[in-house]
Design a protein around this ligand. Structure first.
Ligand code: 3H9
Length: 718
């Protein structure tokens, strides 16, 4: 857990808890015991704390938070070190985060390599620093810097930390050797002078700073508890004597640790890591399969999706050929891409020099033949099966035999596209979310013949272009859009039955969603889903109209048709579910005309509107999508509930402090959800999404935890 040896009269305590040297109880105890041992040994002149492997320490072992406290508590180690007269040096390589940075702040000195990063990221898992961070960091870097680091949880480079006074020296040699040298050089200096505990904080205009920061945080992190408590703790602790401040921090930390928000955020932290452990039902997994090298890539379609994808590639160092059908469309796409890239520069995420260099790696073209040398192509054209098949057939002939052919379809079956080629093993879905340059989610979809190597390559590509990649099986709408269907439909049925778009949007935002369902629909275009459904119906010889109550024997959501026919296509025309001052207007105003359209629609169809409570609306929207989530697990389209949750966190901005819809279901209780799904199924037999999932039925009786739902779906637990 922590190795101990003496070198050149310096005791070395080397944290040894792979993979990231987290501070589990055994590590804490080992540090405490070894520091005491070094202090007792008269031959030891100084102490170096260092990490084994790539990192100093990633903080507390988050997995231990669900149990009680065992072993030495971290601040006791700090108090002991504060009283040591031998210099203790933290020698930081990799990361010193959370409790890791706190341990480093117990030390009298901190040295680091230039690539090292430090930070207090506890806020991301619903906590405040709990090992003295809110007390010592302001003493090291001042109140304002400490607030920034603790509230944002951001990683700070060693260089920036040195400028703030948190790191005493940046070193370039071997970190352990440098640590020993540094400790010996400080052996004769009084440690009490440099001990952070003994420093005071300048609290000059603390009231003003606190008030401004609290207002900013409440607005920016709406719904999140931890950022508010971070401000509260730092400000209070700057005013309290050291011991009292530590007690205050400990109390807040413990309260947050047992809060539902922190539990959900900790779940999300591990869920995000678990989803990279993909496995194909046909064999092959993340451990056994190597990705193919992707040196160059191609994108077909320079529209908003294609252009955004091409930007993701070039800004991640992957040269890209971008093909459009004609020069006019290409130029239009390039214009938009350029403005997005300039925005990245304006936001300080890259220099204009770097942006120019990226731009030079883009090769715009109107010739599909220019795809002949690339390693991977992503097709991002209009959602039309015939068009996509046609492109894939051509690509199959043009591209190198080993080139992967990816489709950015959001709904179409992968096999139906793959069969247009003679390389079905190299065809895969890569579903980006709009706007594709910004949204973090990448839903990768395997078809019947997609090889493990192809999957490994797109999962790895996702990582390279800084997306969160989730692997799912092919079905209509895949996971994201398939689940969002019942959610949207139930909302709109509830409007027909008596609710309003504004009422629903308010409730969703109160729940924590970043935007309301109808605000989102206005933004993406009310007509988008309508056109897809209308086209599908036409192919079956059905003309969808606002009067169509049933389609394929199922209750049809025809209110949307009514809106589209009245020209309310969304924000792009200044009116949809809401009205806007202009297509670029920020504020969505409730429009009495929409109320009239809804009422007229209900009269025409004989729908009796009633006083529908918002509780029922939320239950119907959320339980319908959860029921669909269980069907997805049941059909093996996902391997674990965590995959569904990550898709909702990143694709639909589900509030992270609610974990995701499946985690939310585990908190509500599956028995209750199953009963309500059965109730609505009886009440609305023509809405197929209310047919209860058989997996949900079984799990509602089993009491199995969420982590085992995937296995249960595969039949090994129930
Ligand atoms: C805290 O410190 C509270 C204190 O104030 C008070 C008490 C002392 N615990 O992300 P990766 C695992 S709260 C347990 O894939 P990377 C992770 O699950 C803590 N496990 O690698 C994964 O396991 P697996 C504050 C942890 O190189 C493996 O390590 N600290 C922890 O992309 C590799 O992780 C944080 O919040 C942990 N603390 O990124 C830091 N950290 O292989 C959280 C990682 O089984 N950690 N694991 O899936 C991180 O930000 C990143 O993991 C890190 C490495 C940057 C360290």
């Amino acid at each position: 857990m922590a190795d101990y040896f003496v070198q050149n009269s310096v005791a070395v305590i080397q944290l040894n808890n792979p993979p990231v040297n987290s501070l589990g109880s055994k590590v804490r105890t080992a540090i405490y015991e070894n520091v005491q041992k070094a202090n007792r040994d008269p031959a030891v002149k100084g102490v170096v704390l260092v990490g084994k492997g790539r990192n100093f320490c990633a903080g507390a072992d988050i997995k231990e938070f669900d149990g009680g406290n065992k072993g030495a508590w971290i601040t006791d180690i700090g108090t002991y070190m504060d009283n040591m007269r031998k210099p203790v040096v933290a020698a930081i390589e990799g990361v010193a985060l959370g409790g890791g940075l706190e341990v480093a702040m117990f030390c009298h000195y901190r040295i680091a390599t230039s690539s090292a990063r430090v930070g207090q990221p506890e806020v991301a898992i619903g906590l405040i620093p709990g090992g003295g961070g809110t007390v010592r960091l302001p003493r090291a870097v001042g109140l304002k810097n400490a607030l920034d680091i603790i509230v944002t949880g951001r990683h700070v480079s060693a260089g920036a930390a040195a400028k703030m006074g948190l790191i005493n020296k940046i070193v370039s040699g071997n970190i352990l050797e440098e640590g020993i040298k540094f400790a010996l050089s400080k052996a004769h200096i009084d440690t009490s002078i440099v001990c952070l505990r003994n420093r005071s904080v300048d609290i000059g205009n603390i009231d003003q700073i606190a008030e401004a920061e609290m207002a900013r945080v409440k607005n920016k992190y709406r719904g999140f508890m931890a950022p508010v408590f971070c401000v509260k703790a730092v400000v209070e602790n700057c005013r309290l004597p050291y011991e009292k401040a530590i007690d205050n921090e400990n109390k807040i930390f413990m309260d947050l640790r047992s809060s539902n928000q922190s539990k959900a955020l900790r779940y999300a932290f591990f869920a995000e890591r678990q989803i990279s452990r993909w496995e194909l039902p046909s064999g092959g997994n993340y451990k056994t399969t190597k990705p193919m090298p992707v040196r160059t890539a191609g994108v077909i379609g320079a529209g908003t999706m294609g252009g955004g994808i091409a930007l993701c590639l070039i800004t991640s160092g992957i040269p890209c050929v971008l093909v459009e059908q004609n020069k006019e469309f290409l130029d239009k796409g390039l214009e938009l891409m350029k403005s997005q890239l300039m925005m990245t520069v304006k936001l300080g995420k890259m220099t204009s020099d770097q942006a120019m260099k990226c731009w030079d790696t883009l090769k715009p073209s109107v010739l599909l033949e220019d795809m002949k040398t690339v390693d991977l192509v992503i097709e991002a054209v209009f959602e039309d099966l015939k068009l996509k098949r046609d492109i894939f057939e051509k690509l199959d002939k043009i591209c190198k035999p080993e080139t992967l052919l990816c489709t950015n379809t959001s709904t179409l079956d992968i096999d139906s596209i793959a069969t247009a080629t003679k390389r079905q093993d190299k065809v895969v879905g890569t579903h980006f979310f709009a706007p594709s340059y910004i949204m973090k989610l990448l839903e990768n979809i395997y078809g019947t013949h997609t090889s493990a190597e192809t999957v490994a390559t797109v999962m790895n590509l996702g990582k390279r272009i800084k997306k969160v990649s989730v692997l799912v099986g092919s079905c209509t709408g895949f996971v994201a859009n398939r689940m969002s269907g019942p959610y949207s439909q139930e909302g709109t049925f509830c409007i027909e039955e008596g609710s309003t778009p504004a009422e629903i949007d308010r409730a969703l935002k109160d729940f924590g969603m970043a935007m309301g369902k109808y605000e989102v629909q206005d933004l993406s275009g009310v007509d988008v889903g309508y056109r897809i459904r209308r086209e599908a119906a036409r192919k079956e010889g059905v003309e969808l109209t606002p009067e169509t109550r049933f389609f394929r024997g199922e209750r049809n959501c025809s209110l949307v048709e009514r809106l589209v026919e009245k020209g309310r296509l969304g924000k792009k025309v200044g009116k949809g579910w809401y009205k806007y001052d202009s297509p670029s207007g920020k504020v969505a105003h409730v429009d009495p005309e929409v109320t009239e359209i809804i009422e007229e629609h209900c009269r025409a169809l004989g729908i009796q509107r009633r006083n529908i409570g918002i509780k029922e609306v939320m239950e119907r929207m959320q339980f319908a999508l959860i029921n669909e989530g269980f069907k997805i697990l049941e059909e093996g389209k996902c391997r674990m509930a965590e995959e569904i949750d990550v898709i909702w966190l990143y694709g639909f901005a589900w509030p992270r402090y609610m974990g995701g819809p499946m985690y939310f279901a585990s908190q509500v209780g599956l028995k209750k959800i199953y009963e309500r799904v059965c109730y609505y199924h009886k009440k609305y037999p023509y809405s197929y999404h209310w047919v209860p999932s058989s997996l949900l039925a079984k799990l509602s009786e089993s009491g199995l935890p969420l982590s085992q739902w995937g296995e249960a779906a595969r039949g090994s637990k129930l």
